[in-house]
Ligand binder design. Structure first.
Ligand SMILES: [Zn+2]
Length: 144
């Protein structure tokens, strides 16, 4: 009975985060057609190379972007990039599970608010600060 409840809860979390997951699945599947690869890590699908790499390189400061989470999918430039960023990106997966379809608008509004206030739209974003607290707890910049 306990495993049924856990499975039901996992299904609810998947549905709640599904709008962003569908974006990630779309990009990942296009990436597979363009020479990319995929792997499953727990309840998350990771894609790297191909279109996933191209999408990341097209982002602002894309040369520095190693990976990006969309719901229960993570896009990475390479397999090694996914290994490096996994702890950080898994925090974002949990944020998607908490915020569901509100995560992307909330993230973007927080970045816009910070940018208008003259702060760093990425590093000062509370969603990123939470992720860096886990993935890079010794980083002084994450604590500013
Ligand atoms: Zn992040």
């Amino acid at each position: 009975m306990k495993s049924f409840a856990r499975g039901a809860w996992t299904a609810i979390l998947w549905m709640w985060a599904s709008p962003a997951t569908l974006l990630g699945l779309s990009a990942g599947c296009i990436g597979l057609l363009m020479g990319g690869a995929a792997q499953r890590r727990g309840h998350v699908l990771e894609f790297h190379g191909g279109f996933a790499r191209w999408v990341l390189e097209c982002m602002p400061n894309g040369q520095f972007v190693l990976a990006m989470t969309l719901g229960h999918t993570i896009l990475g430039k390479t397999d090694a990039a996914l290994d490096i960023t996994r702890d950080h990106e898994m925090v974002h997966v949990r944020q998607y599970e908490r915020w569901g379809p509100l995560f992307l608008p909330a993230y973007l509004l927080a970045s816009l608010w910070l940018w208008l206030a003259g702060r760093d739209a990425y590093r000062d974003n509370p969603f990123e600060r939470d992720a860096y607290d886990v993935s890079d707890p010794g980083d002084c910049n994450a604590e500013e």
